[in-house]
Design a binder for this molecule. Structure first.
Ligand SMILES: *[C@@H]1O[C@H](CO)[C@@H](O)[C@H](O)[C@H]1NC(C)=O
Length: 217
């Protein structure tokens, strides 16, 4: 979601199946060959650092020691794509200086959408859309109305990487494929335990490219 450039970039989407102690990421159609690789966008702009704990068949397990996010309040929508657009607009204004310190902040990746599917009568799910706070700003992120800071404790996440554009139709399929790829592993049990402990979001979608980038997504 950086400025428009015509340089071709590689980019990846990650789906994180997450539970508080474990998240799962999967690789999509481009997937296996990308499993364990660093999202190419992260060679241009700052991304959270992590260690790869294990590369499995169609998934990878990452450990994030500590990450800081600036996050919207939950957005109710029937569309992840629309909710992410709404949430990102707010965050983009934030980094452009619409915050209590009028401070500009460098663009980072990914933009994270934490998904809590609804079982309510209106089919709306709940999405928390977040921006990764650069290291230089992590000690004191500027406050802003309607946004809050999330500081993650060390967490393992199961990741599936996939290319192309995120659509509402593909997200559920990718999440299901991630879940299937870890079925029967020790990671599946850990995720289940974390879900039972009441972690609200079921999985997260991490997007590394701006909507107008058309190549090497
Ligand atoms: C995370 O913490 C461990 C233990 O302190 C350390 O060995 C590792 O290098 C850290 N990883 C990252 C990506 O900072």
């Amino acid at each position: 979601m950086a400025a428009i450039t015509c340089i071709s970039k590689l980019s990846l989407l990650l789906i994180l199946l997450s539970v508080s102690s474990l998240c799962v990421v999967r690789s999509g159609s481009l997937t296996l060959k990308n499993a364990g690789s660093i999202p190419p966008t992260c060679k241009r702009i700052e991304c959270p650092s992590y260690d790869v704990i294990q590369v499995g068949n169609g998934y990878e397990i990452r450990r994030y020691n500590s990450t800081v996010w600036i996050s919207n309040s939950p957005i109710q929508d029937i569309s992840l794509v629309e909710a992410t657009r709404t949430g990102f607009l707010r965050l983009f204004n934030y980094i452009q200086g619409k915050n209590d310190y009028s401070q500009k902040i460098e663009m980072t990746a990914p933009v994270l959408s934490e998904v809590s599917p609804s079982d309510g009568p209106f089919c709306e799910s709940s999405f928390v859309v977040s921006f990764f706070v650069p290291k230089v700003n992590q000690a004191n992120p500027p406050p802003a109305k309607g946004l809050h800071v999330q500081r993650w404790k060390p967490v393992n996440v199961a990741v599936r990487q996939f290319g192309g554009f995120v659509s509402d139709a593909s997200v559920g399929e990718e999440a299901a494929a991630l879940k299937a790829s870890i079925a029967g592993t020790k990671w599946a049990a850990a995720i289940e335990k974390s879900h039972r402990a009441g972690h609200a979001s079921v999985y997260s979608v991490a997007q590394y490219n701006a909507p107008f980038e058309y190549d090497n997504r």
